[in-house]
Design a protein around this ligand. Sequence first.
Ligand code: AMP
Ligand code: MG
Length: 403
Amino acid sequence: MLTLDEAQQKLMAAIVPGEGTEHVALARGIGRYVAAPVHAVVDNPAFDNSAMDGYAAATAELLAAGGRLQLVGEASCGDAPGRLVPGTTMRIFTGAPLPIGADTVVMQEEVAREANEVRFPSIPQVGQYIRRRGEDFRAGEQLYRSGQRLRTHDLALLSAAGVVEVPVRPRPRALVVATGNELVAPGTPLRPGQIYESNRLATLLLLGAAGAEAIDGGTVRDEPAALRALLAHAADYDFIVTSGGASVGDHDLVKQVFAEIGQIDFWRVKIKPGKPVAFGKVGGKTHFFSLPGNPVSSLVTFKLFVEPAIVAWHGASYRMPLVSAVAATDFSRRDAIRMEFLRARLRQDGVHLVAEVLRGQGSHQIGTMRHTNALLRIDADVTGFRKGDTVTVMPLGESVDAA
Ligand code: AMP
Ligand code: MG
């Protein structure tokens, strides 16, 4: 059986990145991955301008005039740059173009104004409160490279840089299928032996958040023929993620059908929960994940395998988002043979993160999820830890509680 490290390496080596480029408007770029270098169209700032509301002046003239200058003119935002009349000062507002001939700006709070004369208490420094053209970035400068994922402020930056559309990777098409005779959708009464299905919704939403176009393949019964029929169109997808039917035994049907239609790269990983996870490819470019059916196993294996695979498919590099935290309580386990991921609550205590292992760690116990905002990792050979120890935690991407 592979360790998590080995399995993740195998996974990364097997990913066939998506091809092609789409050009999308900035407003549609959120969460997309950049497909080609993106350059600034304009300098930022586009022209020398004032960082303050105040007065623009030339230091040499101020010196010559003994710190008193006549007020002539005004520079407002949106004006074309004016010209300073020699021996005068000009009223200027934040963001307004610096008049030609000025080399300094003095804050309005610092001067005394009497009618049309402005008195400066001291000679200001050259360049003070001036935002220089191009000091943030220059026209033609590369702002983004392939593989970067665009966040809100990246799109705002591109807008400021005069970019209209951004080249991004197409989103991978990802089919989600749940398997199990016992599964029904909420809304219908449960008959004896039935349960409400939950993994499909979680997986669809997680895929969407990871940047994929998630497609609902519904629920199929534990019958090879049903699954076979569904997977006949496997080549239409970049990813197929199934849940359930992954354990050893008579009902490990997903692996059986998967082996018929594709190639399995690995099956079973030394982790808890999530051991029965399988990964491989169908037809060379469809990445296939068989996730275990227990809701918590399904989430953990999604985070450990599917999410990194989606990142790699986009040509980006993946790093597990691990942080250190202080354990809030002791924890011990009997068998130290598998790496384990415990559901935990991470909270902020001053500058420290504190992690509390939650009660109810059975991989069927989805109820614990309502308190969970992180997974706490225990290495394979570790039997436990004490309160106050440093532990390794993977936040699940939501906010951390205040103490
Ligand atoms: P399996 O991997 O099919 O052996 O399922 C393991 C456990 O997870 C069983 O208790 C199933 O009833 C449950 N399970 C399987 N698929 C789902 C699902 N989509 N939603 C909720 N529970 C599931
Ligand atoms: Mg099942």
